[in-house]
Ligand binder design. Structure first.
Ligand code: SER
Length: 584
């Protein structure tokens, strides 16, 4: 059995319910492009909402981190990874969490306890030393010398604010050397494999630490790293998770992995992530903004590395690699099977698009870098390569680095930003990742989205269905199926109806029920297959009933005044409304 199955079985035996992996694109969180940790989709529940599956949960979650694409190419960084996790939502706490971690590692995975070491929170001026965890580890037979206290590395938070708490990290000695008696977390032979966070605090936006309504446990273990460790390999890409993909790339390129590690790892990693992004039910397509831009960069960078290996980039190489990846993961993620054709077509179309300009772009690159002043590519050239030839900046940087040329990155970003602002696209800040912004305004906009959906059905047509939505603290955007541009009268009536419902001061009713029952009762939802068997339904009056993860306000009166700012086309058969809530 593999690690994922062993983990889930173990935690089920301890009374946990398995929850499905949330999509890689967060559903209610415009502040991050992708889920970056198992806990992210669970934030509302860590903050105190009750989860339809109960208080003990476990899962494997698809995560994506693309902050630093440059690290990809080494033996252990990946843009996509799976995180195993178990959670207590106000149920068990340190004793059970630590004891079960220990039991899973030593009894199920059969890791000798001598190969394990621990870090715990040393305490600071606000929160004391985590004596309790130290005592629990000692009672399990971990020696004093193998327990190290730290301040900075043992307090976990997903960004600047939100649920957080002290943690205890478990390290494994990955070396054939004799194990030193005293544990030193700086010694690279010790690698972290699992983190147990005791989430009992909330850090507010103004930096205050307050108690959460309940004490929670949030744990996370990386599948790729732990699999490599268990298989005794020092390179994740030769573990059983990756080896078939690498073999496929060797076969296609007719080159050995041992002499082409970097490019082969980049191709394997980037295509795997591109497969998971494009298979997500949010149906992201390559574009120049947000998640679509990440997808584009990943595909294009993998094509460039394929070219470096001498692979015919007009061949089916991406499809062949993608099929190996899909076959390895479809048992766990059924969207890979369901959306297989979509995935292959996304890769193919983007490949065709990029191949059209890649050659020309490389020629432009060569022509313009022959007689460089200061051996530096200036901002205009970097931006032209991006804008005209579709070279994401790190591609230009990478090619430049290979030829010992520098790039004016700051200048490029300046131009990029001006361009972004002009086309009113995402702000650069969004690329940074961080914690969810389910603030007060976002919550109001969630509820306003339900009202707008219902109003459009009444005013425009029963056939209006939500096709997408995006919320920031400043505005809402709502895409819906509709075959015509809304008339002024339709817009006005829609606005009036939403405001009437706000003035009617209607309570929002939250109900938990089996998915089947929710569908039978006529509740709306965008992607039914995305939801677990038990779902949350939000009802407003007798006109709105939707499956939704929330959060929502308690009563419509909290929303203020609803105003449509713009109505425009989104894509064929889909219209887009931008709207704001104003104070009354
Ligand atoms: N949230 C913690 C982490 O990502 C534990 O799951 O490490």
């Amino acid at each position: 059995m593999n690690l994922k199955d062993l983990y889930i079985d173990f935690f089920k035996s301890k009374g946990h319910k398995q929850i499905p992996s949330a999509p890689v694109v967060p559903e209610n969180d415009p502040s991050v492009l992708f889920n970056t940790a198992g806990m992210q989709p669970l934030i509302p529940y860590l903050m105190g909402e009750s989860h339809p599956y109960g208080k003990r949960l476990c899962d494997y979650q698809k995560c994506i981190r693309t902050n630093d694409l440059d690290t990809i190419g080494d033996a252990y960084h990946h843009t996509f990874f799976e995180m195993l996790g178990n959670w207590s939502l106000g149920d068990y706490f340190k004793k059970e969490a630590i004891t079960w971690s220990f039991e899973f590692l030593t009894s199920v995975l059969k890791i000798p306890k001598e190969k394990l070491a621990i870090t715990v929170f040393a305490g600071n001026e606000l929160i004391g030393e985590d004596k309790e965890s130290i005592e629990i580890w000692k009672s399990l037979g971990i020696s004093d010398k193998r327990i190290c206290k730290t301040v900075d590395d043992n307090f976990w938070i997903a960004g600047e604010f939100g649920p957080c708490g002290p943690d205890t990290e478990i390290f494994y000695f990955r070396s054939d050397d004799e194990i030193p008696e005293e544990f030193d977390p700086e010694d690279e032979r010790w690698v972290e494999i699992w983190n147990n966070v005791f989430m009992q605090y909330n850090k507010t936006k103004d930096g205050k630490i307050e108690d959460l309504p309940k004490k929670n446990v949030d744990t996370g273990m990386g599948v790729e790293r732990t699999t490599a460790i268990l298989e005794g390999v020092n390179d994740n890409y030769i573990s059983s998770l990756w080896i078939d993909v690498i073999k496929k790339i060797e076969e296609i390129s007719n080159l050995p992995y041992s002499q082409n590690e970097k490019s082969m790892r980049i191709i394997a990693d980037h295509i795997r992530t591109a497969v998971f992004i494009s298979a997500d039910n949010s149906l992201i397509k390559p574009s120049n903004t947000d998640q679509g831009y990440i997808l584009r960069r990943l595909i294009r960078r993998s094509i460039r590395h394929a070219k470096k290996l001498g692979i015919d980039i007009n061949s089916d190489f991406m499809k062949e690699i993608a099929l190996v990846i899909i076959s390895k993961y479809e048992k766990y993620y059924k969207e890979l099977k369901q959306n297989k054709e979509i995935v292959l077509s996304v890769l193919e179309q983007e490949k065709i698009k990029f191949n059209r300009t890649l050659e020309k772009g490389l020629r432009e690159f060569d022509k313009n870098t022959k007689n460089l002043v200061d051996n530096k590519i200036d901002a205009s050239l970097a931006f032209r390569l991006y804008d005209t030839y579709g070279f994401p900046i790190e591609l230009t940087e990478e090619i430049a680095r290979e030829r010992n040329i520098e790039v004016d990155i700051d200048g490029f970003y300046q131009k990029f930003k001006e361009h972004q602002e002009k086309s009113r696209t995402a702000s650069a800040g969004k690329f940074k990742g961080g914690l969810a912004g389910n603030g007060e305004m976002e919550t109001k906009y969630h509820t306003a989205t339900h009202l707008l959906n219902a109003a459009l059905k009444k005013v425009v047509s029963e056939d209006v269905h939500q096709k997408g939505s995006n919320i920031t603290s400043e505005r809402m955007r709502f895409d819906f199926s509709c075959d015509h541009k809304l008339t002024d009268i339709e817009k006005q009536k829609t606005e009036e109806l939403v405001n009437k419902w706000i003035n009617d001061k209607i309570d929002i009713i939250k109900k938990e029920m089996p998915k089947e029952e929710a569908i039978k009762s006529g509740a709306e939802c965008m992607f039914i297959e995305k939801y677990p068997d038990m779902v949350t339904v939000y009802e407003i009056g007798d006109f709105s009933k939707e499956l939704c993860g929330g959060p929502h306000v308690k009563n419509t009166k909290e929303l203020g005044h609803f105003k449509i700012i713009k109505e425009e086309s989104s894509s064929a058969g889909v219209r887009r409304i931008k709207a704001v809530l104003e104070e009354k």
